[in-house]
Design a protein around this ligand. Structure first.
Ligand code: GAP
Length: 442
């Protein structure tokens, strides 16, 4: 089934997953808000990542501040290198990435549907200029060059500068990792494809500190582990691939790198990068801070700067990937059924509870079941409209199970449970609903 991105964007808005930021003012380009279903899905993704990373011996968590000392960004190379070449159209003032003109459209409404390359041929563009993608702001009340700070463009640097703190306080030894989830900001020139490239987004990054001669072993192991994570949470295997970066295209800090890519409706795109960053980051921070970041190996009595293997996923981009991958349409009894087939661990609502009809005390029973289940799960209660319509509403937000109280419930204290994917119903005793859901959901 081929999926149109517009279908996903419209479903996301209609069912409370994602809205354009500041929509009533016409929107803010490259920024999005997560609605009531969206924030649950996003939290579930982040939670699964956090559990997979930190519920183990060798990885510690951290939550570093977004604003950091300006020297961090000099040491990391972002002040100098985190740039895109940009050109401006002298006529309509639209701005393009010089290396993406072929894929861009002219910004002038008068030339609707025209390719930007045509405007370039006609000499309408300025010469390319380097444009730094970091957002600048000022710390404190004085707005001058001494008070400039940046909104972090990646979460990784908060980990590097805390490597000693974490190692000393947690008494970890190599190899060990530090994991972080947090917002990052990039003043992207071209924001496009919904949540794929935005100006404010969230990252889930883990830096794994290793002995220099063990770097490639850990690089390969993390590549495998991260691919497995996406597949275990339900992404279709055939829509995923690993793409190594060619040696001549590696980032300035990397010795080896791969991208995990997903086949989106607009083509293949990166959802996570895995890098062997060598000792570049810690060496740079040692140099710029003047503080020794060397590791002392008790066994060999050697001192060295650890190598770092980085796994860097976008939480927002993963969100969009799970939304697209889960979307499914079919015709059932002459009517379209749209379903989000999320893995139960990711589904925003774990179950919905309905009284079949609003009489004979069915509402009270359904409400009591809801209250009881809510002690453990996120549950939706619905007593409005035909039950078939209620099922469809839950399918559309990806609720794995619907519990219905009917006239038989009044006689034998059983209820039906309908499975989202097979649409099959079974009947179980009301007492065992919680246990049934717990087994199926986690
Ligand atoms: N610390 C390494 C780093 O930041 P990156 O490839 O620039 O590497 C890692 O970013 C991940 O962050 C990407 O795979 C993507 O999922 C996400 N990401 C990067 N820029 C983004 C943007 N403008 N909008 C949404 N997600 C983005």
């Amino acid at each position: 089934m081929s999926i149109n991105l517009d279908t996903i964007v419209s479903l996301a808005k209609r069912r409370g997953f994602v809205y354009q930021s500041s929509e009533i003012y016409g929107g803010l380009n490259g920024c999005w808000d997560y609605g009531s279903m969206g924030v649950e899905l996003l939290n579930n993704i982040k939670n699964e990542w956090w559990k997979s990373m930190t519920y183990r011996e060798d990885i510690e968590g951290i939550d570093a501040s977004i604003l950091m000392h300006p020297k961090v960004w000099e040491a990391s190379g972002h002040v100098e290198n985190f740039t895109d070449p940009m050109v401006d159209c002298k006529e309509c003032k639209a701005r393009f990435r010089a290396d993406q003109i072929e894929e861009s459209m002219c910004g002038n409404p008068a030339y609707k549907g025209r390719k930007a390359s045509k405007c370039q041929e006609e000499g309408k563009f300025t010469e390319p200029r380097q444009f730094n993608l970091m957002f600048k702001t000022f710390l404190g009340s004085v707005e001058d060059s001494t008070s400039i700070v940046y909104l972090r463009p990646e979460t990784a640097q908060g980990i590097f500068v805390n490597y000693l703190n974490i190692m000393n306080s947690s008494r970890q030894k190599l190899p060990f990792g530090i994991a972080q989830i947090g917002k990052a900001f990039r003043n992207e020139i071209n924001t496009k494809n919904f949540l794929y490239r935005t100006r404010e987004f969230e990252q889930m990054e883990m830096q794994y500190f290793v002995k220099p001669n063990e770097d490639m072993k850990w690089f390969e192991s993390w590549e495998e582990e991260r691919m497995k994570w996406f597949i275990e949470l339900g992404l279709k295997k055939e829509k995923l691939r690993i793409v190594p970066h060619p040696m001549d295209k590696l980032a300035h800090y990397a010795k080896a790198a791969v991208d995990i890519e997903y086949e989106f409706p607009f083509g293949w795109g990166e959802i996570e990068g895995i890098h062997n960053r060598t000792d570049f980051d810690l060496s740079q921070h040692q140099k710029y801070s003047g503080k020794s970041l060397e590791y002392f190996d008790d066994e060999t009595k050697e001192k060295f700067i650890p190598y770092i293997i980085e796994t860097s996923a976008g939480a927002s981009r993963s969100f969009m990937t799970f939304l697209i991958d889960g979307y499914y349409e079919e015709i059932v009894r002459g009517e379209k059924r749209s379903v989000l087939k999320f893995h139960p661990k990711l589904a925003p609502m774990k179950a919905a509870v309905f009284p079949l009809v609003n009489r004979d005390g069915m509402q009270d029973i359904a409400w009591n079941i809801t209250e009881d289940l809510r002690k453990s799960f996120r549950i939706f209660y619905d007593d409005k409209g035909a039950v078939g319509r209620r099922y469809r509403r839950q399918d559309e937000i990806g609720t794995p199970f619907c519990v219905t109280v009917d006239s038989q419930t009044l006689q034998d204290q059983t209820a039906t449970i309908r499975d989202r994917d097979s649409m099959e119903q079974i009947r179980i005793s009301m007492d065992s609903i919680k246990k049934y859901l717990a087994e199926k959901l986690f």
